[in-house]
Design a protein around this ligand. Structure first.
Ligand code: NAP
Length: 311
């Protein structure tokens, strides 16, 4: 949907995801114009720069929307400041450090009639909606999530991922949980978890989850950041009428061993298309269910100390 006037937007937290995905997606979406970047260290060529959010909010009342691309542990204060200044807010995933702070943001946005959008980029992967449709009439026997990647390759120099308030291996793992909560025809909940914490870190480097399913299916998830071989982001589902494999983070769908869906990545362009729709409709879109599974895993999880992590 194209708005009459492009929304003036600022990016907050110019790091990997802001540069790789948000900036190009904004550039190619006629509904938005990137007008400022707020970052303590980084600069974006040709874009007005602010070191601190408050200064930007004060000086640029015409910038009506913000994309918060900072780590989750520091996002709440920024989101609250933006909402209180009357701005619409897009949150990177995970939407916050706790469930309650996200609910507080929803309340603030609702009271002020502002759009708040908690993004889950993996839900826009090409195979996800067709997988949801295919599963809807079937009885699920098992779901097996295997999300194994090399943290040194994907998060070089990101010390924040190991600090409390961030989620360690659930940072990628929550992408799988955002798909799970989208494709399952009924809710499941975390029944048990084993969490491996490096002896020098506050967040886990690996996690194994078992879910309870009201209809008796076996649902498991295995997340591991120590994986140096083939990077694996798979969800395999067995049903009473065939099997499904979502691989490559949801971008490739195989049904009964036959390729069904694959194609170029459009996750972040789809996020900004949806943000424009939410702005036009004056709506809020916040689903905390993936974050709830992570919170529950921390609540019931058995803690295991493993080797210290050094980059
Ligand atoms: P990043 O490269 O570390 O960038 C985050 C930026 O936020 C930093 O460069 C930093 O810029 C700013 N920042 C503000 N306060 C900070 C603080 N207290 N600690 C650290 N940085 C702070 O991280 P990222 O990979 O872009 O991830 C950011 C968010 O996007 C995370 O929630 C992540 O889950 C999500 N995400 C990442 C990816 C990915 O592939 N990397 C994919 C999808 C989603 P200044 O120092 O200039 O302020």
């Amino acid at each position: 949907m194209k708005a009459t006037e492009p929304t003036r937007i600022a990016i907050v937290g110019v790091g990997k995801i802001a540069r790789d995905q948000h900036m190009p997606s904004i550039e190619h979406n006629p509904n938005f114009t990137l007008c400022a970047a707020v970052s303590r260290h980084a600069r974006v060529d040709g874009v007005e720069h602010y070191n601190a959010l408050d200064a930007m909010l004060l000086k640029r009342p015409d910038i009506t929307a913000l994309a918060l691309c900072t780590p989750p542990a520091v996002r709440f204060d920024m989101a609250m400041a933006a909402l209180r200044a009357g701005r619409h807010v897009l949150l990177e995933k995970p939407p916050g450090a706790t469930l309650t702070e996200v609910e507080t943001l929803v309340g603030e946005a609702r009271e002020r009639g502002l759009t708040l959008y908690a993004t889950w980029h993996s839900r826009h992967a090409l195979g996800v909606e067709p997988a949801r449709d295919w599963l809807a009439p079937r009885r699920i026997r098992s779901v097996r999530i295997v999300w194994k990647e090399d943290v040194r390759r994907w998060h070089p120099g990101q010390a924040w991922i190991w600090n409390a308030g961030n989620v360690g291996v659930f940072d990628p793992g929550i992408n799988a949980l955002s798909i799970l909560t989208r494709i399952m025809p009924h809710p499941v909940h975390v029944a048990s978890a084993d969490l491996d914490f490096p002896s020098n870190c506050q967040t886990p480097i690996a996690a194994r989850l078992e879910f309870a399913d009201p209809f008796g299916a076996t649902v498991t998830a295995e997340f591991d950041w120590r994986h140096e071989g083939h990077q694996t982001w798979d969800i395999a589902v067995e049903t009473d009428a065939g099997s499904l494999l979502l691989s490559e983070g949801g971008s490739r769908l195989t049904i009964d061993g036959e390729p069904a869906v694959s194609g170029p990545d459009r996750e972040y362009p789809a996020i900004y298309e949806h943000f424009a729709e939410l702005l036009a409709a004056g709506r809020i879109d916040v689903d905390v269910s993936p974050l709830r599974h992570v919170a529950d895993a921390f609540l019931v999880g058995r803690r295991h100390e493993v080797d210290a992590f050094h980059e």
